[in-house]
Structure formats: C-alpha cells, structure tokens
Design a protein around this ligand. Structure first.
Ligand code: ADP
Length: 477
C-alpha cells in the first residue's frame, strides 16, 4: 500500500506531545511491514536538519480566499524514511508550533500543502493518514477542490486519527472564505468553524488511540461536544492502542541515561541512575535510599495536575519520598511547582521546560510515576515508565485503563496502581498504598517491576492494527 502520513509534529524534528512520537514510530513500522509511506510535516524554525541533504521537490502557490501563499516542498531522508517538509517562512518559521492568532491560516495552508504535494511527486497514495485538527480540513479540501477535478485524486481515501479531542481548531465562522468554497455546514459546529468536526464528517474512516478512549469519546462527559458527530460515524470509528518504540525507550541501550540496565540487573541499574540524578539535583546522601515519585508531562488541567497539586504537601509531610516534576504548560502550575521545590529543597526537584534527556533520566531513576489524568486518549508516559521498571499510578481513564493493570495482592498480578474517581483523596490513597508496598513488601513490588518490564506495548502490534485498518478502508470498509 501507498500511504501519505500528514502530521503537524514529528519527533525528532518537532514535538509538543505524544502525537510527535506516534508520527515518528508509526510510519517507521508501517514501512517495516513492507508498505510505501512518506511523512509530510511543516518546516518549523526549530527543525534541525542537514540542508545539504535536502532535495527540492517543487513549489505551489496556494490561494486561500484573498491570500496567495507559496510553499516549497523539501524531501529529506531520515533513518530510511522520506520526510517532506513544507516550507513557508512567514507561517512556520516561528518560535512555537501553535498558539498564534493565524493558526487557522497556518494549518489550512498545511492542509492544502498535503494535497498539493502530490502534483510534484510521482506518488499517488491509496490513503492519506491525517492526524488531529491541524490536518482536519484535508478531506473537505480534497472533495471540493481535487477529487474529480484533478487527475489522480479520484480514489484517494483518508483516515483521520484523533490524538486528543479537546483541541479542535475552532475559529470564527467568517473565516470560511479562505476555503475558496461557498459556505457549508460540514465544518460548522456551534456557529464556529471547527476543523476537527470537518474531518469527522468527511474522512473515509476515523480512529483514536485506545479502545477505551474511543468508547469514552462517544459519551457526553468525554466527547467535548463532538460525541454526537462521532456517534453518527460509529460504524467507521475504531480504537487502536498506541505503542512505543522499544528502540528509543529501552533502558538497555538508551544513550540518555547514566547507566544502562536490563531485566536482569534492573534493581542495580535503577539505583545507580537514581543516585546520579539525585546528586545532580543537589540532594544529600540520605536521599539515595528513598523512593522517588515522578511526574513528566504537560502541565495542563487534562493531566490531573489540579488534584496532584492538592496532595503533594501531604505526601511530603507523611512520607519520605523524593518528588521529581518535569513539565511545562499552564503558568499557575509552573509557579506552584517552582514554589514547592524552593519550599522543600531536600524533598522536591523540579525542571520547568521540555527536555528529552532529563525525561529519560527521570523515567530510569524513579520508583513510581504518577499520571492522574482527567482524560487521557492513550498516554505514553505510563508505558515508557513501565519499560524502565517504574510503576505507574494512574487514573482509570482512556488508554491508562487499557495499559495499566492494577496490583492484586492475592494473585500478585498487575503492572501498576490505579484509582477510578477523579478525586484528590483517592489519588493520595493510591500513592500511599504504593509506598506502603514499597516499604512493607518489596518482594511484591519487585515482582510488579518485572511484570511492568515485560508488558507489550510494541509499535509492531500497533502497526499491524493500522495495516488491518488501511486494508479495510481499501476494501470499501
Ligand atoms: P500528551 O500527548 O497528551 O502530551 P502523552 O503521554 O501521550 O501526552 O505523551 C507525552 C510525551 O511527551 C511522552 O513521551 C513524555 O515523556 C514527553 N514529555 C512530556 N513533557 C515533557 C517534558 N517536559 N520534557 C520531556 N519530555 C516530555
């Protein structure tokens, strides 16, 4: 099969969250299954590539209502995969990926570019695989401007993957004239343009990143007002669990961590990493034997930081755990974490910002990893932590429910700790239960670490599910 994979962020070129990871792992493993796949993504200012190795593919002048913008297509080979960068200095070469007043134009241009590039290369995909609202207008633009209007586009199918339903690309209705079509209700949701809704209406098939989140998105609580639009497409909508690249997140060969370790020497390996990390952050010797509990992720309400921040001081008073916080996002949470680390310098370390190496070191050095999300389409942090023999403490929602099996003290099954209500008290209880096991029954704790290490979150399993879905689309669903 031939696939064009379109994503607004792709690791290692650009990343704000899990989408970038999947946009890198999935095409790589689809290619390993023998398919012809190319990835298209914007050329942001932060993208660092060797421009001597770039091949120029062509330029398109794209009309968006009264505006005319030109984009260059640049081909770049990375680890055997072809990436096509969309270059437009004005729109993409900025400090951040998202959050600008003209995001509706920036990602409309990217959506046009995803279709335009096919006029410059001798590659007509069977399926364009789209991801999140930034690519949401592609199916609409395809229907309105390309299919049956330009040769080759007739049989193009689209798969739209929802990585997060909260972010929808919602803009003023008056912007519709940039689409070069008459007003149309396809993209209208509550009197505003909604790029995600346009994709739900027009994509050939839809999926999200875990089976449980798929079911949740069809409810009012987690549907973010699009549960109705999704229910209409229920027969064309599936959940496929994300995987993680075990080449990248592998303590045995991770170049970012201080000491590599395997399932045979994980206790010793984790201890050496822990001591190294604690020293680096200025902790004294006494800290080296204490359990380390960490949080890594965006500091957003979605992630349950609200309930986490309510209980951290109690955790500090009533346990001797060391707490590591790595993340960036909402200012009030950043300030809170910085304040906490100043108030309890020998108990809390915090790093505000985005740092891949630091993240790997913390995953490797921690005993427990907390992820109390309010909602979580799949979540990668809990899977990564397990691969580093760090036990996750998660709320039973979305993909967290699908990936973390709770500790059962009778059968000894489980690879982490889970709680169900979105409630600070329940989170606190679960953390203390985990700490209690750490202190009073380390045999069981170690057994869980081994079970966590053995969990299968391979990208191969994920890729095989997508392959089946692609085949289903080509068979006419
Ligand atoms: P989301 O996509 O909602 O942000 P996920 O759990 O799916 O959450 O993916 C988050 C990814 O980003 C994980 O790989 C995690 O380790 C990484 N990450 C999040 N915040 C940071 C940070 N501040 N520094 C380094 N890596 C981070």
């Amino acid at each position: 099969m031939r696939i064009l994979f379109s994503a607004s962020e792709v690791y290692p070129f650009s990343k704000t969250g899990g989408l970038a990871d999947i946009a890198s792992f999935l095409p790589k493993s689809i290619k390993q299954l023998g398919h012809d796949i190319k990835v298209i993504t914007p050329l942001y200012k932060s993208v660092s590539i060797d421009f001597h190795k770039v091949t120029y593919l062509g330029t398109s002048n794209i009309l968006m209502g009264p505006l005319e913008k030109s984009v260059n297509f640049l081909s770049y080979n990375h680890e055997g995969l072809e990436f096509i960068f969309v270059q437009n200095q004005e729109y993409f070469e900025r400090d951040n990926l998202y959050g600008y007043d003209d995001d509706h134009l920036r990602f409309l241009l990217f959506s046009y570019a995803t279709l335009e590039v096919l006029r410059h290369i001798s590659f007509m995909p069977d399926i364009i695989h789209l991801n999140d609202w930034q690519t949401g207008m592609v199916p609409y633009l395809l229907d309105e401007h390309y299919r049956y209007k330009i040769d080759g586009y007739e049989y193009l199918h689209t798969l739209f993957t929802i990585h997060n339903l909260e972010y929808q690309g919602s803009f003023e209705a008056s912007h519709y004239h940039y689409f070069n079509t008459d007003f149309n209700y396809t993209y209208i949701h509550f009197e505003r343009i909604n790029y995600l809704k346009a994709a739900l209406e027009r994509a050939t098939m839809l999926n999200t990143v875990s089976p449980n989140y798929k079911n949740e998105t069809l409810t009012q609580t987690y549907g973010f007002s699009l549960d109705g639009a999704l229910s209409k497409r229920a027969n064309d909508y599936v959940g496929i669990l994300n995987g993680i690249d075990e080449d990248v997140f592998n303590p045995q060969k991770d170049p970012f961590i201080y000491k590599n370790y395997s399932r045979f020497n994980y206790l010793k390996g984790k201890k050496e990493n822990k001591v190294h990390l604690l020293k680096k952050y200025g902790f004294s010797n006494e800290a080296y034997d204490k359990p380390v509990i960490s949080y890594i992720g965006r500091l957003a309400n979605q992630k349950g930081i609200g309930i986490l921040s309510q209980i951290l001081e109690e955790l500090i008073f009533y346990s001797d755990a060391i707490i590591f916080l790595l993340g960036s996002g909402q200012k009030e949470y950043e300030d809170y974490f910085i304040g906490l680390s100043h108030k309890y310098p020998n108990r809390v370390a915090c790093y505000i910002g985005y740092n891949e190496q630091e993240a790997h070191q913390i995953y490797a050095s921690s005993d427990l990893f907390v992820m109390p999300s309010y909602f979580e389409p799949c979540g990668l942090g809990q899977m990564i932590s397990m691969k580093y023999a760090t036990l996750p403490i998660v709320r039973e929602t979305g993909g967290l429910y699908d990936t973390v099996k709770p500790y059962n003290k009778y059968t000894k099954e489980g690879n982490g700790f889970t709680f169900s209500r979105y409630d600070a008290f329940d989170l606190k209880d679960k953390i203390f239960e985990a700490l209690n096991l750490y202190y009073s029954n380390y045999t069981d704790f170690k057994r869980m670490m081994r079970q966590a290490l053995a969990s299968d979150f391979s990208i191969k399993t994920m890729a095989l599910s997508y392959e089946k879905l692609y085949e289903k689309i080509l068979r006419g669903r």
